[in-house]
Design a protein around this ligand. Structure first.
Ligand SMILES: Nc1nc2c(ncn2[C@@H]2O[C@H](COP(=O)(O)OP(=O)(O)OP(=O)(O)O)[C@@H](O)[C@H]2O)c(=O)[nH]1
Ligand SMILES: [Mg+2]
Length: 411
């Protein structure tokens, strides 16, 4: 009898267990056919998905949640969680000239470029330096970029005094400029940098693989989403050079630059384009320079144009005249004058929709609807375009372009 009671107890206990298991499994929302935790996360997120257009935002949100990250890979999310833009890619790269000590400043720039644009396009990034890049620089920048990174050392002959430069004369200029407190006036490296950006970066072996470049400097900011391929825009619209900010050059740094340009124009009239932007550069049809230039810390441009015979002849002529060392010619006026004279004016593009900051100037798109559509976070009051020191109004006039809606309030 005692044995029967024991068996009965076992049967009742087993029955209660079965009832409990049944209730747990029928009230659970965990679908049994999921393969892994990531399937489960995907399913949960799809319940919140309203439309396809939300995909980018959603995956970004998921990336921010620590519980959604199951991978110990320090580069996790590099490509996996962002929506890649469909379509072909151009033969293009970002390019940055930097020192190892610029690492944290360039890190900020890269993060902004990736967040606002490149996480969808994954273009490559070429870094150039007159010294070897160190491991920290390479590690940090590779982790932040979504495309391939390449690191190049600049050949010595592109970062040193050419033999025709009189060293003593150059040194006296630096001392004089230091006494006159001209910014970077006493710096040798700044002069090598300006000359390199003017005449050599596009000829670096790593750059020879590409047709298009986008120059990025340390500590810049991008304030709006860029939802289209800017390189493809340039190609499709037959553009060769572009800018976001323009201004007047500091005249003390280029007293004889225009004389050298005039020498080039008379030696090589075949390189001067019909329908060029002389009216942007000069108020007296080329007799004098008005100092207007496109600010070259931002540039999207065509490398084949910079590698053309016309541009190389232009650079060599200027270089021989020695103003990179006997004055302090900047690559911004050098590039701008080249684009202004050797390209038909329609081939220079103003990117109103690329909102940009490099100390101390901001380009914030004129037009409220543009700023809202592109999720911009710049203050329109900071926009420099219609300020008296900007040359952008002149660019619009030269090109017969209508100034954007709302520009008057911005002056
Ligand atoms: N490798 C290397 N890069 C340099 C050197 N000097 C400047 N650069 C880089 O060249 C670019 C322009 O230099 P900047 O110091 O930003 O010059 P700038 O924009 O006229 O002046 P800032 O207002 O100080 O930004 C930046 O990308 C720098 O990182 C140098 O001596 N070596
Ligand atoms: Mg800079």
């Amino acid at each position: 009898m005692a044995g029967t009671t024991k068996y009965l107890r076992y049967i009742v206990f087993a029955f209660v267990c079965l009832v409990v298991i049944f209730f747990i499994s029928s009230s659970s929302t965990v679908p049994r056919d999921f393969q892994s935790a990531s399937d489960l996360i995907k399913d949960q997120s799809s319940k919140w998905r309203g439309s396809q257009a939300d995909d980018v935002k959603e995956s970004t949100d998921a990336a921010k949640k620590p519980e959604a990250s199951t991978s110990p890979n320090p580069h996790a999310g590099k490509t996996g969680l962002s929506e890649t833009a469909p379509g072909e890619r151009m033969n293009a790269t970002f390019v940055t000239l930097a020192r190892n000590s610029d690492v944290w400043e360039i890190a900020r720039s890269i993060r902004q470029v990736e967040d606002r644009f490149n996480h969808r396009y994954n273009y490559d990034w070429v870094f150039l330096n007159d010294q070897p890049f160190d491991d920290t620089f390479k590690k940090v920048t590779t982790a932040l970029t979504s495309g391939n990174t390449k690191y190049g050392e600049i050949p010595k002959e592109h970062w040193s005094f050419p033999e025709f430069i009189d060293q003593e004369k150059a040194q006296k200029v630096r001392e004089d400029m230091a006494a006159r407190k001209i910014i970077y006036g006493d710096s040798v490296s700044y002069r090598h940098m300006c000359r390199y950006e003017s005449g050599f970066f596009f000829r670096h072996p790593l750059m020879l693989d590409y047709e298009w470049y986008w120059r990025v400097e340390p500590s810049i900011e991008l304030f709006c989403d860029i939802n289209y391929d800017t390189f493809k825009y340039m190609a499709d619209n037959n553009k060769k050079y572009s800018f976001v900010l323009s201004l007047y050059e500091y005249v003390e740094t280029i007293p004889t630059l225009w004389d050298s340009v005039k020498g080039f124009m008379s030696k090589h009239p075949e390189h001067i384009a019909e329908g060029n932007s002389m009216a942007f550069l000069s108020d007296d049809d080329g007799n004098t320079y008005n100092h207007c230039h496109f600010w070259s810390n931002f540039e999207i441009g065509n490398l084949d144009w910079l590698r053309s015979q016309a541009y190389i002849d232009y650079f060599n002529h200027l270089d021989r005249d020695g103003g990179f060392f006997y004055e302090r010619w900047g690559d911004a006026p050098v590039h701008s004058i080249a684009a202004g004279l050797m390209l038909p004016k329609e081939q220079i593009h103003f990117f109103n929709d690329i909102a940009y900051y490099h100390v101390p100037f901001t380009h914030c798109p004129t037009g409220e609807q543009t700023r809202l559509d592109l999720k911009c976070h710049c203050n329109p009051k900071d926009n420099f375009d219609w300020n008296g020191y900007s040359c952008t109004a002149r660019f619009f006039e030269t090109n017969g372009m209508q100034k954007p809606e709302g520009y008057e309030q911005n002056q």
